[in-house]
Ligand binder design. Structure first.
Ligand SMILES: Nc1ncnc2c1ncn2[C@@H]1O[C@H](COP(=O)(O)OP(=O)(O)OP(=O)(O)O)[C@@H](O)[C@H]1O
Ligand SMILES: [Mg+2]
Length: 455
């Protein structure tokens, strides 16, 4: 709980931040490698702890433990879980119990994920479990601030299978953290890697040096949309900011302010000399650690199923809702990977089909021609056969002979037709037969020729 009087955080002569406001809101610190993000974040953490506001930091890079080591006087009393030389060992199984114990002791906690024994999946499980617990159990413990280094690991813009559950918790933290007296700070190199929906909920931005065209364009668009008065000045200066220099853009302000972050009280690892021994004075967290270990022992002695039942009893709806959200996120993950699989199968089939089409193209025209001819012949065969089947039996004698000859030749002139059938050229039999064929529309005349009609 905050007991001491609040000291406003003075970042420069023009920029003062109320620690309670900072601690209870969403913040983001962005900038390229070595630009000073972690320095800024740990400086802000120092200021919060000066104001008795406890912090929890999720640290995949193993530098936050140095908050314990002061440069001149003592460092801050933070308990370090995990890492090479932490106060308490950290596993995905005990992470939430450690957070619960730290909350009861009201002590600041570093979850040091930088360990050869922890995989990236373990990181996600740990962050997911801890944030879920904080969201449901911190409310009565007072204001607390969460720092998340390498934020894109946990709330990426593109959510891959396996990241849904941890993303869901961070998204909840961004939307509803205020109800649980929680604020947060996301730290990441590139703005575009962090999920937009979460980043857009941040109230305060610290923009350190940026070089990438995409990052600067993304930030520029953002500044334009929010009607920032000096957007051009900010984006133009981003590539040339010094180490530790940044633009601070606070909620409600239309003008980001440029400043150099003040000096920290605790040691910060030196990039150029990572093995340098820090001779500072370490804060003593022994008593906290002893009490937390006792508490953890007690928790561990309760069988897991009873612990789960107990926490379900305390928060039945939350747990049910949690489970539902997790199930939905997992289902989303499954559907997304199925869709990707189906899309790749479809693309492979389409490629195959178009290569088969290309291969057959030269033969296709030939085949079409053959089919067309076959169908024309079929039609004419069927027409001839109609006349032969239906009409020919209706005639006899010379008329039948004349019709049969025309069926065979389809068109004939009078002379040829008479010659073929042995009919006298001037006979009335020929004229009578022809006029009967015409009346029945079996034939028509074109010039000198008689043509068999299609029926
Ligand atoms: N405000 C500052 N005053 C003095 N030194 C600073 C300041 N900010 C950063 N530095 C120095 O710059 C170096 C890099 O800082 P920091 O570790 O914060 O970088 P970073 O942006 O977090 O890099 P990375 O993305 O690799 O984690 C450190 O050695 C640190 O001591
Ligand atoms: Mg860093």
């Amino acid at each position: 709980m905050v007991t001491k009087s609040i000291v406003i955080m003075r970042l420069s002569k023009d920029v003062n931040i109320d620690p309670i406001e900072f601690a209870s809101q969403g913040n983001a610190i962005l900038g390229i490698r070595d630009s000073g993000k972690s320095y800024t974040a740990t400086y802000m953490a120092e200021q919060l702890m000066e104001n008795q506001i406890p912090i929890i930091a999720f640290d995949p890079i193993g530098i936050w433990k140095n908050l314990k080591i002061g440069k001149k006087g003592k460092g801050f009393p933070v308990v370090v879980a995990g890492g090479d030389d932490g106060d308490i060992p950290l596993t995905p199984e005990n992470a939430d119990d450690i957070v619960r114990a730290a909350m009861r002791e009201n002590v600041s906690l570093i979850i040091d994920l930088y360990s050869i024994g922890l995989s990236k999946n373990d990181w996600k499980r740990i962050v997911e479990k801890c944030i879920r617990l904080l969201l449901y159990e911190n409310k009565d413990c007072g204001l607390r601030h969460i720092f998340i280094e390498e934020a894109a690991e946990f709330c990426p813009q593109k959510i891959n299978p396996g990241q849904g559950a941890v993303y869901a918790e961070i998204e909840k933290l961004a939307r509803m953290g205020g109800n649980a007296s929680l604020g947060y700070t996301l730290i990441n190199q590139r703005a575009e890697e962090v999920n937009k929906a979460v980043l857009e909920l941040c109230d305060c931005l610290f923009l350190h040096r940026q070089k990438g065209r995409h990052s600067i364009t993304a930030l520029g668009k953002w500044l334009d949309v929010t009607d920032t008065s000096n957007a051009k000045e900010v984006t133009n200066s981003l590539p040339s900011l010094d180490q530790g220099e940044c633009w601070v853009w606070m909620q409600g302000s239309h003008k980001p302010m440029r400043l150099k972050m003040p000096e920290k009280r605790t040691v910060h690892p030196d990039r150029k000399n990572p093995l340098a021994v820090h001779k500072g004075i370490s804060a003593d967290v022994g008593p906290f650690v002893e009490r937390m270990k006792l508490l953890l022992d007690k928790i561990v002695k309760i069988p897991v199923d009873r612990r789960e039942r107990r926490s379900e009893e305390l928060n039945p709806t939350h747990h049910k809702r949690d489970q539902e959200v997790e199930d939905l996120m997992n289902e989303c993950d499954n559907l997304r990977s199925k869709l990707q699989l189906e899309q790749s199968v479809r693309i492979a089939l389409e490629n195959k089909l178009s290569s088969v089409r290309e291969m057959l193209a030269p033969d296709f025209d030939k085949m079409k021609k053959i089919f067309d001819e076959i169908s024309v012949n079929n039609e004419s065969v069927s027409d001839d056969s109609n006349i032969r089947r239906i009409w020919l039996p209706k005639f006899s004698g010379k008329a039948a002979e004349l019709l049969e000859a025309l069926i065979a030749h389809r068109k004939l002139d009078r002379a040829k037709w008479c010659k073929l059938t042995g009919t006298v050229y001037t006979s009335s039999t020929f004229d009578r037969s022809v006029s009967e064929f015409k009346r029945l529309k079996l034939i028509s005349k074109q010039g000198n020729e008689f043509i068999l009609n299609d029926l």
